[in-house]
Design a protein around this ligand. Structure first.
Ligand SMILES: Nc1ncnc2c1ncn2[C@@H]1O[C@H](COP(=O)(O)OP(=O)(O)O)[C@@H](O)[C@H]1O
Ligand SMILES: Nc1ccn([C@H]2C[C@H](O)[C@@H](COP(=O)(O)OP(=O)(O)O)O2)c(=O)n1
Length: 231
């Protein structure tokens, strides 16, 4: 199918949710780049606020300490899919937010309602400023952050496929240990009270276990093109 010209197409808001390792980031970046849309990695924002808490000696196991500090860090997210970037108080944290320490603490920090309120507001203002439209990826984008999104996708994959992908990224990390860590984080993210990881009732579910990344990208691009054509 011929791609719609990004400069004349109506703005389109795409929400991509799902657990870790299902392909949200890779798919979202590629779809945004291909269609001339902005891109927002909301997991990076929760990782950035977690990084700040750890660096400032906040006890992340104490929700009231986290809540009190939630308004302090200034988080700025880039929205160019080819170089998104993220800073906290002007410091580039794209690397430090991916450490095991941050990964192990991000679910506790992101469960705190004051953190979610702050980050959700930031996400909505970034989405509303995106002139051509935006692909926003996370856990609660279709359910809470952008419930009126034009298209909602919920990516899934078996724990085995997800663990194999993640341990490949972490250069030889043990697949069984990676699988356990993923399952633990999914459980925490899906069972928290405020805005848990969940599929929106009107989301299209795509199981990526046996699909190549290219197949997933093509599937989502086709769905976005269809939505745009119907606008
Ligand atoms: N369909 C797929 N098949 C194989 N590998 C994939 C697929 N989708 C993503 N990957 C790889 O899996 C890893 C995790 O993908 P990522 O997009 O970061 O997932 P998420 O954002 O959902 O955590 C990356 O190394 C990515 O290249
Ligand atoms: N919209 C979102 C996005 C992420 N989070 C939280 C929960 C996730 O475990 C962490 C990290 O998200 P991220 O997408 O970076 O996770 P992965 O890299 O896919 O493992 O942030 C959230 O609570 N809500």
């Amino acid at each position: 199918m011929e791609s719609t010209d990004a400069r004349t197409a109506p703005a389109v808001i795409v929400a991509i949710d799902g657990p870790s390792g299902t392909g949200k980031s890779s798919t979202s970046k590629a779809v945004a780049a291909q269609l001339g849309l902005s891109y927002l990695d909301t997991g990076a924002q929760y990782r950035a606020i977690t990084w700040w808490m750890v660096n400032n000696g906040i006890d992340v196991a104490d929700p009231s300490s986290v809540a009190d500090a939630a308004g302090k860090p200034d988080i700025v997210s880039g929205t160019d899919p080819s170089a998104p970037g993220i800073t906290v108080d002007g410091t580039d944290v794209a690397g430090p937010i991916r450490t095991q320490e941050v990964t192990s603490k991000v679910s506790a920090v992101s469960a705190v309602p004051e953190v979610r309120a702050r980050i959700t507001e930031l996400q909505r203002s970034i989405a509303s400023a995106a002139g051509q439209g935006i692909v926003v990826e996370g856990r609660d984008i279709g359910t809470t952050v952008l419930p009126d999104a034009d298209l909602k996708i919920f990516l899934t994959a078996s724990p085995e496929a997800r663990a194999a992908r993640r341990s490949g990224e972490l250069k030889g990390a043990d697949v069984a240990a990676t699988r356990e860590a993923l399952i633990k984080r999914d459980t925490a993210d899906s069972t928290r009270k405020t805005s848990p990881l969940a599929k929106a009732a009107d989301a299209v579910e795509v199981d990526t276990s046996d699909l190549t990344l290219q197949q997933v990208i093509e599937c989502v691009v086709t769905l976005v093109e269809e939505k745009r054509a119907a606008k």
